[in-house]
Each structure stands twice: as structure tokens, then as C-alpha cells.
Design a protein around this ligand. Structure first.
Ligand code: GLU
Length: 446
């Protein structure tokens, strides 16, 4: 089997040379899917996996815009339309200087499996730009978004491809993108999710990824009759996912002791309470400031340039970005008695880290399962837009809870090993794959 896996990876490497993040994501999936496919000749013969790793379409475009000094700036825009076998392309837009084709292909690839796991009819896609919103004025962000949508509009639509937010794209950016789409097309439609509630957004969408992550962790802990009460939690990130993960952890009686941004992390041994969290939300979303300000205000430790994984915790929630937790970090976490790592970000743990968790047999929940709550509520936003209706907070929250519970069940079904250990990575990969593969089979060679 190892031989078959290596041959497959080699072929993908040849066609996608240098796309390291994409190759990492494909390798991780291929390792769990290929042994499974081996047992199902119709998947093998229809070359489903070979087709899944090839995007249906990639669009790359120029994004010129004028900055506040009246100078011309040029960025690159992308949309990777990865797979539409179970629904229109769906996935966020990332605006960050690190964005390139490899990063977006990895994210689009992960999205295909994640969206399938939600049980909702959404294909997978991802897009974005190397534009850096940090330090830009509102006016500059608006100019950029308008230029970006002036090209993207011809490739998206409420039944074609529905982008949303990701790193660097929040309610502000979605607003500017939506306004420009509406103006060009002359239609008010559900072309984007993560919209403001007043103009077609869903309640609970801002909270969904963070809340969903914590609901998923609760399901994991339930397996051993455990709960979040009194658990010490290390969190990285301080954006949308991290903020609402902290909020839900506090509500569940856990103690969150760290948060971070690109400049370092804060360690608050007393725990971040709801007042401190309100300060962080204001600091990050309104002032667009740095997390080190928190350490000054609350007189706690700030570790410049570091990540929080050396802090002793029961549960670690990496919520910042890809490859932010490596093999050494993983060993440190295990040594410190961490029992569960669940990914709020996409692919934050390196393959070395994941293998440390598996060897130590601690719970490890990959992003495509654990952070699927965000896109799940995006799917619910689409349903509400189609009905021209809006559900209550309770309705959306209950549906989100149910979806996270179902994803957990799928992981158990496909990931439980002979000794009882649940390999969530395998469970999520196979569980996500089956629906896509069956749909592709049904739709012929397209
Ligand atoms: N960017 C989020 C993700 O990684 C959400 C995507 C969406 O809502 O379409 O799943």
C-alpha cells in the first residue's frame, strides 16, 4: 500500500511542483483514502481521487486599485473552483500577503471534504489575494474590494459559486464586495455569505466557527464521560474563530489562558473572562490593534514572536493559520498532559505534529471536521436567502449543534480503530470523500 501511496503522491508532485501546502494537504488525505479506495473497485476504476486533486477551474486575475495617495497599486486575485459534484462552489476569500496558488489550492481542497461533512449541498472552492488589509484605511480596503469584485463577479453567483470570509476578510470586506456585485449585476442575491444581518446575513454566522469548534470538542470529551468544566485551554489566534471559541469556552466553564497574533502570544494565568474578551474584540475588530496591548492592560505575560504551545494545558485549539504547530510543539503539549487538540484554523498542525498526537493516542480533530461550523452556517445562510426568510438565533444555533454532532458521528463511523482509538483524521477524510465520490460516479466522467 505504501508503494501505491508514494506513486500517487509522486504524480501529484510532478504536476504541481513547488506547491508545498497543496501537496501537504493532498498527501494527508491520500494516506487515509487510498487504502480505503483499494477496497472499492468502482472508485478506483473511475479514478475518483485523481480527479478530485485536479481543480475544476482556476481563475487568476489582476486587481489594480488607487491608494489614498492616489498611487496605483497592483495585487493578484484568485478563485479556485475545486469541486462542484454536490453543490455550487463554496468557500472563503483570504486577503493576506502569504496568499498564492498553492495556499488557495490547499484551502479549496480541504473545503471540498469539509463542506461534504456538513451534510449540506455545497461544493468546494477558495479564493483571495495577496492584498494585505493590515495598515490600510477603510477607503483603501473598499477600493481594493471593488476592484477585486469587478473581475470576480463574472465567475460567481448564488447558484454558481458563493464566496465568504477567511483570514483578512470579515464583515467590512464582505460588505464592500457585496455592494459592488449588486451594482454590477443589478441584483440582490445570496452571492456571498457572512453578510450583515440587516442585509441578508444569518444570525450566529460570526460565532459559528468558534462555537462549532467547541461543540465538537464537547462531543469528543463525552466519549470518556468528560466535559469542558474546569479545563485549561490554550488558544492561538485572536480573530473571528479564536474570539468566539473563547466566548463558548467561558460559557462552558473552561479557563482560556492564551491568545495570539502574528507578533506573539499573551498568557493570562487567571483566565480570559467575558470582560477581557470584550476588550479583545474591540481591540481587534474596531481599533485593529495588537494583542500585546492586552498584556499591558491586564498586567500579564507577552511572549513576542512565540506561539502558545509551551503553556501547560488540557486542550489546545490552534485557531491562527496553517502550519503553526510543529512536531516539537506537539511533543511539548503531550508532555504537559494535553488530552485533546482540535483545529479551528485550516491545517494548523504539521504532519509531524499529527503523527505525535496519533502515537500518543490523544484526541486530534482535524480542521475539516472541527472547524466546519463556519461554512455550515454559511450553508444555512444560503438556505435562508433562498427562502427570503431569517431564522432565530436559537434555530440556527440548534442546527449548528446538530451538524457538529453529526460530523462527529461520521468521524466515529469511519475512524474508529480496532483498539478503540478514534482516528478523526481518517474518519473525516473517508467520511467527506464517500459523498463526493458517489456523486461523481453518478454524474459520469465530467
Ligand atoms: N473560511 C471558512 C472556512 O475555512 C468559511 C467558508 C465559508 O463560510 O464559505 O471554512
Amino acid at each position: 500500500m505504501q508503494e501505491i501511496i508514494s506513486q500517487f503522491i509522486e504524480k501529484v508532485k510532478c504536476r504541481n511542483a513547488g506547491e508545498n501546502e497543496f501537496l501537504q494537504a493532498v498527501t494527508e488525505v491520500a494516506e487515509s483514502i487510498l487504502p480505503y479506495i483499494h477496497e472499492v473497485p468502482q472508485y478506483k476504476n473511475a479514478r475518483i481521487l485523481e480527479r478530485i486533486v485536479e481543480p475544476e477551474r482556476v481563475i487568476i486575475f489582476r486587481v489594480p486599485w488607487l491608494n489614498d495617495k492616489g498611487e496605483v497599486e497592483v495585487n493578484r486575485g484568485f478563485r479556485v473552483q475545486m469541486n462542484s459534484s454536490i453543490g455550487p462552489y463554496k468557500g472563503g476569500l483570504r486577503f493576506h500577503p502569504s496568499v498564492n496558488l498553492s495556499v488557495l489550492k490547499f484551502l479549496a481542497f480541504e473545503q471540498v471534504f469539509k463542506n461534504s461533512l456538513t451534510g449540506l449541498p455545497m461544493g468546494g472552492g477558495k479564493g483571495g489575494s495577496d492584498f494585505d488589509p493590515k495598515g490600510k484605511s477603510d477607503n483603501e480596503v473598499m477600493k481594493f474590494c471593488q476592484s477585486f469584485m469587478t473581475e470576480l463577479y463574472r465567475h460567481v453567483g448564488a447558484d454558481i459559486d458563493i464566496p465568504a470570509g477567511d483570514i483578512g476578510v470579515g464583515k467590512r470586506e464582505i460588505g464592500y464586495l457585496f455592494g459592488q456585485y449588486k451594482r454590477i449585476r443589478g441584483e440582490f442575491s445570496g452571492v456571498l455569505t457572512g453578510k450583515g444581518y440587516e442585509w441578508g446575513g444569518s444570525l450566529i454566522r460570526p460565532e459559528a466557527t468558534g462555537y462549532g469548534l467547541v461543540y465538537f470538542v464537547e462531543e469528543i470529551l463525552k466519549l470518556t464521560g468528560d466535559s469542558l468544566v474546569g479545563k485549561k485551554i490554550a488558544i492561538s489566534g485572536s480573530g473571528n474563530v479564536a474570539q468566539f471559541a473563547v466566548e463558548k469556552c467561558i460559557e462552558k466553564g473552561a479557563v482560556v489562558v492564551t491568545m495570539s497574533d502574528s507578533e506573539g502570544f499573551i498568557h493570562d494565568a487567571d483566565g480570559i473572562d467575558e470582560h477581557k474578551l470584550a476588550y479583545i474584540k474591540h481591540l481587534k475588530d474596531t481599533e485593529r490593534g495588537r494583542i500585546k496591548e492586552y498584556a499591558k492592560k491586564y498586567n500579564c505575560d507577552f511572549y513576542p514572536g512565540e506561539r502558545p504551545w509551551k503553556i501547560k494545558c488540557d486542550i489546545a485549539l490552534p485557531n491562527a493559520t496553517q502550519n503553526e504547530l510543529n512536531g516539537d510543539d506537539a511533543m511539548q503539549l503531550v508532555k504537559n498532559g494535553c488530552i485533546c487538540v482540535a483545529e479551528g484554523a485550516n491545517m494548523p498542525c504539521t504532519p509531524e505534529a499529527v503523527s505525535v498526537f496519533h502515537k500518543a493516542k490523544i484526541f486530534y480533530a482535524p480542521g475539516k471536521a472541527a472547524n466546519a461550523g463556519g461554512v455550515a452556517v454559511s450553508g444555512l445562510e444560503m438556505s435562508q436567502n433562498s427562502q427570503r426568510y431569517a431564522w432565530t438565533r436559537e434555530e440556527v444555533d440548534n442546527k449548528l449543534r446538530g451538524i457538529m454532532r453529526d460530523i462527529h458521528k461520521i468521524c466515529l463511523k469511519h475512524g474508529k480503530e480496532k483498539d478503540g482509538y478514534v482516528n478523526y483524521e481518517k474518519g473525516a477524510n473517508i467520511g467527506g470523500f464517500v459523498k463526493i465520490a458517489d456523486s461523481m460516479l453518478a454524474q459520469g466522467v465530467v
